[in-house]
Design a protein around this ligand. Structure first.
Ligand SMILES: NC(=O)c1ccc[n+]([C@@H]2O[C@H](COP(=O)([O-])OP(=O)(O)OC[C@H]3O[C@@H](n4cnc5c(N)ncnc54)[C@H](OP(=O)(O)O)[C@@H]3O)[C@@H](O)[C@H]2O)c1
Length: 257
């Protein structure tokens, strides 16, 4: 199966590295001759990646086409392209809903949306998929946790939640800075903060929905350190602080749809 990428940005590179490095994809991959340094690097690093200047040629040569351009660019770019009915088209474009996609991509009818995240490069992380396309689900199952979403408005909620990614990294980096300011060597602080995040996150991935809600309570020794910080944080409204920005992202995405 030949896969073409329209747009060779950050997420395309992570996907391609994951496809080849984790999923063992050896068949041809075509990428736009855009983001010149990145596309050239991919072409140099992988024998099966070819850089192509013309978007239509990428589409013509591919069985699956991944749309990986910015939301502001997407509709104009796909309007200029012709698809075959046999194409499978996978859109990463936030806020570009199925109705518009199907309209612009006709006669291609195997159209779906996914929300990959950068750790797809390492074969981990969530990959919400809408609507369910069994072949796409199987393929991306080698690259992370595929979540088959049945409703497009719920898919938009997944998209909004992905906006917390930078906060997660900033929060982990903040902890390293706090430890460093409190006297710990920079490298040790970074090692602790990153290992702390990955260790705790790996516990969450073993939980079902109820266990997930119970995890924080399980850390609370009565009168202990975690109980002190959690109750102070709740009193300060720490968790509720993120509700308005997340709601705002959700409204922004819904307005586009
Ligand atoms: N980054 C993430 O973690 C993530 C996660 C999920 C979904 N997404 C979605 O994925 C899409 C891409 O995001 P990104 O972060 O990878 O953005 P990005 O790094 O800015 O990449 C956008 C790419 O589109 C290219 N491009 C612009 N005009 C083009 C054209 N006419 N033909 C072909 N390519 C063109 C850009 O090339 P130039 O650099 O040469 O302009 C660049 O390679 C967005 O819609 C975003 O919502 C991103």
């Amino acid at each position: 199966m030949k896969i073409g990428f329209i747009g060779t940005g950050a997420i395309s590179e992570a996907m391609i590295r994951g496809m080849i490095g984790c999923a063992g994809h050896t068949e041809p991959i075509f990428v736009s001759k855009r983001s010149a340094t990145r596309s050239a690097r991919l072409g140099e690093d992988f024998q099966n990646v070819t850089v192509i200047e013309d978007n239509q040629e990428i589409v013509d040569q591919s069985d699956w086409v991944v749309l990986a351009v910015l939301p502001s660019q997407a509709e104009e770019i796909i309007c200029d392209l012709s698809f075959r009915s046999s194409h499978t088209v996978i859109s990463l474009v936030a806020g570009l809903e199925m109705e518009s996609l199907v309209h612009h991509l006709a006669p291609a009818s195997d159209v779906c949306r996914i929300i990959p995240l950068p750790p797809i490069e390492y074969g981990v992380g969530p990959i919400p998929l809408y609507p369910n396309q069994p072949l796409v689900a199987d393929f991306f199952g080698k690259l992370g946790t595929v979540i088959r979403v049945e409703d497009e408005s719920c898919f938009t909620v997944f998209s909004a939640n992905s906006a917390l990614m930078a906060n997660f990294f900033e929060w982990t980096a903040w902890q390293a800075r706090w430890m460093e300011k409190s006297g710990v060597a920079r490298d040790e602080a970074a090692l602790y903060a990153s290992s702390f995040a990955s260790g705790l996150v790996s516990m969450t991935t073993r939980c079902d929905a109820n266990q997930l809600q119970a995890l924080s309570a399980e850390c609370l020794t009565p009168g202990g350190l975690n109980e002190q910080v959690l109750s102070d944080s709740r009193r300060m409204g720490w968790f509720d602080l993120l509700r308005p920005p997340l709601d705002a992202v959700l409204s922004r995405l819904k307005k586009k749809e």
